[in-house]
Design a protein around this ligand. Structure first.
Ligand SMILES: NC(=O)c1ccc[n+]([C@@H]2O[C@H](COP(=O)([O-])OP(=O)(O)OC[C@H]3O[C@@H](n4cnc5c(N)ncnc54)[C@H](OP(=O)(O)O)[C@@H]3O)[C@@H](O)[C@H]2O)c1
Length: 324
């Protein structure tokens, strides 16, 4: 089969299109003919050996797929011919065929294309976990999201209203990225530079209930200052590079929480959680209550460029690689 392979940890440009054997169709696994694979920030980190999960070399990047079931155990919840999405967690997706644990395979609503489907699992399930399980989002609350034109950012803007948020504030680095955030549904858009004062003005001095932060770095303290009393700052990632520190007096002074969000680790310790998540998200995607992502699609032979676009900050919204 055709697949992308990384043999040297030299960054996304080391990604090469190669011919390799199809994965063994062990009994108990669902074999999927892959139509599209999602790209996420860990793919960029992994290509330089900088991610906490280190695959055996050489490896095929990509954590999520959309495609058609080729074979499945007879007692599985999906059958040959079904349109599905699936998680490889955390590599192997950028290939024509994958073999997945049944609990990591989900039925794809007819309303979503394979390209859109390849863009929903990794980010949308992380955001749903962040807002619902860790962030305790309540109806009518305001959610601010950093890196709002990125994968996690656009996912937050699409999902938060369906989970009850009354208002979303998108923080972006450029006006052009602001347009991407608006298209993904942002109520308000502010630039990262000076965002604290802009948020204060937008909220009449009250602040926001939730900050969802995939960026980290030097904006962290201003994020804490932007929370309303009882607010929660959700720590999702560190694309800005630096891991911030928390002066805990700030938590005490304003009665706010800093909350860790590690979705992958949670799914490992909570059997059945992924299927529970999909049971909530699937009907929202099928009905359009959560709009489908509108990804930027690269052909398979340009997968390295697709991964590089996240590393060099040029990506707009979700990025997907078309496999067939
Ligand atoms: N905790 C979890 O369970 C979990 C699950 C999935 C993903 N994540 C993490 O979430 C983060 C975001 O992932 P993603 O797929 O949304 O990435 P993405 O699509 O590349 O978006 C990241 C955004 O970060 C901002 N950014 C700020 N400084 C940056 C820099 N130096 N380089 C690159 N981007 C920078 C950019 O927005 P501006 O240019 O507008 O600032 C960019 O749009 C990653 O750290 C990823 O590992 C965590």
């Amino acid at each position: 089969m055709r697949a992308i392979q990384i043999a040297e940890l030299e960054g996304p440009q080391a990604a090469k299109l190669v011919e390799i054997d199809e994965p063994a169709a062990d009994a108990g696994l669902v074999v999927v003919d892959v139509h599209a694979a999602g790209v996420a920030f860990p793919d960029a980190l992994q290509s330089r050996g900088l991610y906490q999960y280190k695959p055996e070399m050489p490896y095929t990047p990509g954590a999520e797929v959309a495609g058609v079931v080729r074979s499945a155990p007879s007692d599985a919840h999906v059958q040959p011919g079904d349109r599905v999405v699936g998680l490889t967690m955390l590599c192997g997706a950028m290939a024509e065929v994958v073999a997945l644990q049944p609990e990591r395979v989900f039925t794809l609503p007819d309303a979503l294309s394979f390209e859109a489907g390849a863009g929903v699992l990794f980010n949308d399930l992380t955001v749903q976990f962040a807002l619902r399980t860790r962030g305790r989002l309540a109806d009518g609350e305001t959610v601010l999201v950093h890196g709002a034109a990125g994968g996690i950012g656009t996912s937050t803007l699409r999902i938060a209203p369906a989970l009850g948020a009354a208002r979303t504030i998108a923080v972006v680095s450029t006006e052009e990225k602001g347009e991407v955030a608006r298209a993904a549904g942002a109520t308000d858009v502010v630039l990262a530079e000076g965002f604290k004062d802009a948020v204060k003005e937008l909220t009449g001095g009250r602040g926001v209930d939730i900050v969802l932060d995939p960026v980290g770095g030097d904006r962290f303290t201003d994020s804490l200052r932007s929370l309303a009393p009882g607010g929660r700052l959700l720590v999702v990632g560190f694309t800005g590079g630096e891991i911030p520190t928390v002066k805990v007096n700030r938590l005490l002074l304003n009665n706010v929480d800093t909350v860790g969000v590690g979705w992958g680790a949670w799914t490992m310790t909570h059997p059945g959680y992924l299927q529970e998540q999909w049971a909530e998200l699937e009907p929202l995607l099928a009905s359009g209550a959560v709009p489908a992502p509108d990804p930027v699609v690269y052909p398979l032979e340009r997968a390295g460029e697709a991964i590089a676009s996240l590393e060099d900050r040029s990506a707009r919204g979700k990025v997907v690689v078309a496999i067939r």
